[in-house]
Ligand binder design. Structure first.
Ligand code: 5GP
Length: 190
């Protein structure tokens, strides 16, 4: 159950306390900045934006609504963390792309790049189909967690290693509906 306290500054999920980290206004402002940059850089290139389900659905829909150039969208689904706060270290493809990637400009849209394993997997998957270009947009990046060589072209916010929820990001499938992003509070500190 989600519990509200003082204007939703705190969210409690399965006895874990999460504290407000990025509010709605801050997120929307940054999403617009990213979209403006993408609009400039992909003008005339008709990119295909690929939403990585489930986590990126909210960022993706907000970002796409700010995209003013001609574009297409498609969806890819990978296995999630399950009920854990730690990556299983395995990636499974649950839903493949439905678009023709060859010779197209691809922009992968992720909620968060943590170790980079999922992005490495998706990059291999897409690159096998010879796109014209491959770019990555992620709302969140945990630079200190990165274990793979991943170049992220558009980063919303660089954050610390702590687990976050909300704005599409889940904890055991909960909290995806929250409009803000909340960070796990550990040992009374955050
Ligand atoms: P990576 O493969 O880069 O280690 O992890 C990417 C995926 O792990 C993300 O798409 C997301 O589903 C999940 N993930 C990584 N860090 C977090 C986090 O702090 N919170 C949540 N809810 N999911 C995360």
């Amino acid at each position: 159950m989600t519990k509200n306290k003082s204007k939703k500054d705190i969210v409690i999920l399965n006895k874990n306390t999460f504290k407000l980290y990025l509010d709605e206004k801050k997120i929307q402002k940054r999403v617009l900045q990213l979209a403006n940059k993408i609009n400039r850089e992909f003008k005339g290139k008709e990119p295909i934006f690929i939403c990585v389900l489930n986590g990126a659905f909210m960022f993706f829909s907000d970002l796409i609504r700010q995209i003013t150039i001609d574009c297409e969208v498609d969806f890819l689904k990978l296995s999630s963390y399950g009920d854990s706060k730690i990556s299983s270290g395995k990636v499974t493809l649950l839903k493949d792309l439905n678009c023709e990637v060859r010779n197209r400009n691809i922009v992968m849209v992720e909620d968060i790049v943590d170790t980079g394993l999922s992005m490495k997997y998706m990059r291999n998957l897409v690159m096998q189909q010879n796109p014209k270009s491959f770019s990555i947009a992620t709302l969140l990046l945990k630079p200190d967690s990165l274990k793979y060589d991943i170049d992220v072209d558009y980063v919303g916010f660089k954050i610390s290693n702590k687990f976050v929820v909300g704005y599409g990001l889940d904890f055991a499938q909960k909290a995806r509906n929250l409009r803000a992003i909340y960070q796990l509070k550990t040992n009374g500190k955050i």
